[in-house]
Design a protein around this ligand. Structure first.
Ligand code: FES
Length: 163
């Protein structure tokens, strides 16, 4: 995080507990996750015990505590996507990537998370991988897309791509 951004996040006007979630959100948007060091810094800034910051951060499922992968996979679980089978897509993604939700692969290639509505409900169920949006996902398409992303494994390509 650059110094100017850090100064914005930790500005004196936010040195109150009511700004805790805003501060955590800003750190995550800069760094992609909340490190132990960042949470300790927030605790010191707000004069809170680190356990209080940890308790708040873990209460909300919007926060992650490991660095995202180079290909962050986000499965939308907003209402439209959920109703269109998002849970099955999420389970297929977890199975294919061999990752728990919220985890990052050991090689840091992929991370997996569930997210709230990303604003393209007409395409439900939706997955994003990095900046690419994959509409109308199904469990079989999960496998196809991951095969495309892992050409080194030599399993061929299909014509399906992101929008
Ligand atoms: S609910 Fe998934 S994009 Fe809106």
């Amino acid at each position: 995080m650059d110094t100017a951004r850090k100064a914005e996040i930790f500005n004196e006007g936010r040195r109150q507990r009511r700004h805790l979630i805003d501060i955590l959100q800003d750190i995550q948007s800069c760094e992609g996750y909340l490190s132990r060091e960042a949470m300790q810094e927030v605790a010191a800034f707000l004069s809170l015990p680190p356990s209080a910051v940890w308790g708040v951060a873990t209460f909300y499922n919007q926060f992650r505590f490991t660095p995202p992968g180079r290909n962050p996979v986000r499965v939308c679980m907003g209402t439209a996507c959920h109703l269109a089978g998002g849970q099955l897509v999420l389970e297929a993604m977890a199975r294919e990537l061999k990752l728990e939700i919220g985890a990052t692969s050991e090689d840091r290639e992929f991370s997996l998370e569930r997210v709230a509505c990303i604003g393209c409900c007409a395409l439900a169920p939706v997955v994003t991988i990095g900046e690419s949006v994959y509409p109308k996902m199904t469990p079989p398409r999960v496998e196809e897309i991951l095969v495309q992303m892992k050409p080194a494994e030599g399993r061929g390509k299909s014509g399906d791509g992101p929008t």
